[in-house]
Design a protein around this ligand. Structure first.
Ligand code: MN
Length: 244
């Protein structure tokens, strides 16, 4: 039985809680991100089961503790003997990939992009879906003719990504929104753009629950969005302070 979320702990018996806590500690110790380096795996900020039933706890656990942790570990390994690169903020590395040492450029692109994409991904989830409010809602109406049309276009774009990749909504400093797709772990940050939110359409993001039905995953994902968090990202983007 999989019971790994912090939320579950509150309802568990003391013995079960101790078991869960030790599993959690073991997971942290065993994760590749425990390796030293400037980049760290951010905590989810909610339980692995917070996005149930739309995204299952096992997928969340593997995705965060293994996939994302591996990107962080590989990124740290790449910059181990590159102190000048290691000192840079991730968004700077990604927006200036062409200036990075050629020997590690591909790792920076794949693992640095993976670290940035997943860091963003966790922050926009863990919510209850619904609809945005305020300035963000107005911008979505202005630039996409409403949330329904944005969702339809976003899902179509995500379903159309061949192989692995991401679908994003980017935002300019004046608040203009745009829909873009990128292959692999590429991100609009590599073009100097700012990411408002995005969805991971790699099979590891949905295969346990949805198998080959990526369109079903794309449709269900909107139910776990945290529009308050995305609204905060929108305000930060307009203020020029949103980095990842
Ligand atoms: Mn992923």
């Amino acid at each position: 039985m999989i019971q790994l979320s912090r939320r579950t702990l509150f309802g568990a018996s003391a013995a079960a809680a101790a078991t869960l806590a030790s599993r959690r500690v073991f997971a942290q110790v065993a994760a590749p991100a425990a390796a030293s380096g400037p980049f760290t795996l951010p905590p989810l900020g909610y339980g692995f089961d917070a996005n149930e039933p739309h995204i299952d706890a096992m997928t969340m656990m593997i995705h965060h503790d293994r996939h994302h942790a591996a990107y962080v570990a590989n990124l740290n390994a790449a910059v181990k003997d590159q102190s000048q690169v290691a000192a840079l903020p991730l968004q700077t590395i990604l927006s200036k990939l062409g200036e990075m040492p050629e020997t590690i450029r591909t790792v920076l692109r794949n693992s640095g992009g993976g670290h940035a994409n997943h860091t963003m991904f966790w922050t926009v989830m863990g919510g209850k879906g619904g609809a945005p409010i305020g300035e963000l809602a107005a911008a979505i109406t202005r630039d996409f003719d409403g949330l329904d049309k944005l969702q339809a276009a976003f899902n179509r774009t995500g379903a159309g990504v061949f192989g692995s990749g991401w679908v994003f909504v980017t935002v300019t400093k004046d608040g203009k929104l745009a829909l873009v797709a990128r292959p692999n772990q590429d991100t609009p940050l590599m073009d100097g753009a700012t990411v408002l939110f995005g969805n991971d359409v790699w099979e590891h993001a949905y295969y346990l629950k949805y198998q080959n039905r990526r369109p079903d995953y794309l449709a269900a994902w909107w139910n776990v969005l945290d529009w308050r968090a995305i609204g905060s990202r929108y305000a930060a983007a307009k203020a020029g302070t949103l980095t990842i």
